[in-house]
Write a protein that binds this ligand. Structure first.
Ligand code: NAD
Length: 379
């Protein structure tokens, strides 16, 4: 029998790595699921709901962890949690692998088998395990809802006897998973939406959502997508032209949602102080790239600041503000990932180390960091 442990996250993290639904499915696979009491409380999953789904509630995290085969987490577990597992025990979590390398090395040294869900390959077989997508989608939605609440004007156009209320103008920068949901949400609220990206594939996606596409469409733009579907870092010359285009567009915008990222690198700087200063007082910027340094020069991580009447939100965990949905989807991502490594007939762990998904997400094994993108440069 495979023993699975779930423990509470750090303060400030509202999500949890198991839902009653996934607990039931893991129990049906023959796993023993041990949940530390209260682990799901901030996502409104009660101990009783987990028990009804076939899980066991442990009074203390240590009890859930003792000798477990697998630990499921949202964020990085502590070295103490990991060392309580069976030797070589599996951890599946969002390990935030590019930050705090010393902390990651310490976890690896415990000998645990660490999987970082952020490294999930973007292949169709792995779509149901893709945590970046499931969480970014909710973050894109919540960014628009937050912005609409912060913006002291209406979103849709309203024609009333007392006069016409103009529609808000929303500009989305970076049209990946979060950006697409931001466009769709802003459109549903009745805003006039425009969007920009460096990947040509986004042009049609933006148009299909009823928004206007704005970008520097030169030769470099045509080559900007990597085989993995991500954006390449753009040249200085491109970024300069892009900045000129944005500078003229930004002045008329009420809400700007920035989501531009390049894997393993600082977020590209797309909004300068001067651009912010050209915006109307009352405008709102939601910088979803705050964790990687921000797309806006003025963003302060996890804070809302005001500059010349423009408010800039650098909130770090927007998905965590819709925790019920975020946890349900994340838990489902983890369940489909675990299904890959559990032998249903024998009810034992059977990891195929050659599987593209296993290889792609494996960060550390037998005391060593093994992921190619975490090796020293030139190694
Ligand atoms: P991301 O979070 O890495 O980046 C967000 C967006 O920022 C991207 O669209 C990127 O092109 C854009 N960007 C980067 N630099 C920019 C710049 N200088 N200016 C403007 N925009 C810039 O992206 P993501 O949301 O993870 O999605 C990346 C791709 O992966 C997309 O093509 C998406 O459709 C694809 N995807 C595939 C799967 C799958 O097949 N399993 C799952 C999810 C996403």
């Amino acid at each position: 029998m495979v023993a699975i442990a779930v423990t509470p996250e750090e303060a400030g993290e509202t999500r949890v790595a198991l839902s009653p639904e996934t607990a039931r499915k893991l129990a049906a696979l023959g796993c023993t699921v041990r949940v530390a009491s209260g682990a799901g409380a901030r996502s409104r999953f009660s101990d009783a709901a987990y028990t009804a789904a076939g899980a066991t509630i442990a009074a203390q995290p240590a009890e859930a962890l003792a000798g477990a085969d697998i630990l499921l987490k949202v964020g990085r577990p502590s070295p103490e949690e990991v060392s309580a597992l069976k030797p070589g025990g599996i951890v599946a979590a969002m390990l935030n692998p590019f930050d705090d390398r010393a902390g990651l090395d310490a976890l690896a040294r415990s000998g645990a088998t660490l999987f970082s869900m952020e490294f999930m390959p973007r292949i169709s077989r792995a779509q149901s395990m893709d945590v970046l997508s499931s969480q970014a989608n909710l973050a894109g939605y919540k960014a628009v809802i937050d912005a609409a609440a912060m913006f002291e004007q209406a979103m849709p156009m309203m024609m009333t006897a007392a006069g016409t209320v103009p529609a808000a103008r929303v500009f989305v920068m970076g049209v990946g998973v979060a950006g697409l949901q931001a466009i769709a949400t802003a459109r549903r609220l009745g805003a006039i939406v425009s969007a920009t990206d460096v990947r040509p594939a986004t042009k049609e996606q933006v148009a299909s959502l009823g928004a206007k596409f704005i970008a520097v469409e030169d030769e470099e733009f045509k080559q900007a997508q990597t085989a993995a579907g991500y954006a390449k870092p753009m040249s200085e010359a491109y970024l300069k032209q892009q900045a000129e285009l944005i500078a003229s567009h930004i002045k008329g915008q009420d809400i700007v949602i920035t989501t531009a990222l390049i894997p393993g690198r600082p977020a590209p700087r797309l909004l300068s102080r001067t651009m912010v200063e050209s915006m109307k007082p009352g405008a709102v910027i939601m910088d979803l790239a705050a964790e990687r340094g921000g797309n806006c020069e003025l963003t302060a991580p996890d804070q809302i600041i005001e500059h010349n009447g423009v408010r800039i939100s650098g909130k770090l965990n927007l998905a965590g503000e819709v925790p019920v949905n975020a946890s349900s989807l994340y838990a489902k991502n983890l369940l489909t990932f675990l299904e890959l490594m559990i032998d249903k007939k024998e009810q034992t762990l059977k990891v195929n180390w050659d599987d593209e998904i296993i290889k792609g997400t494996l960060v550390a094994k037998d005391g060593k960091i093994v992921h190619p993108s975490l090796q020293p440069k030139g190694a």
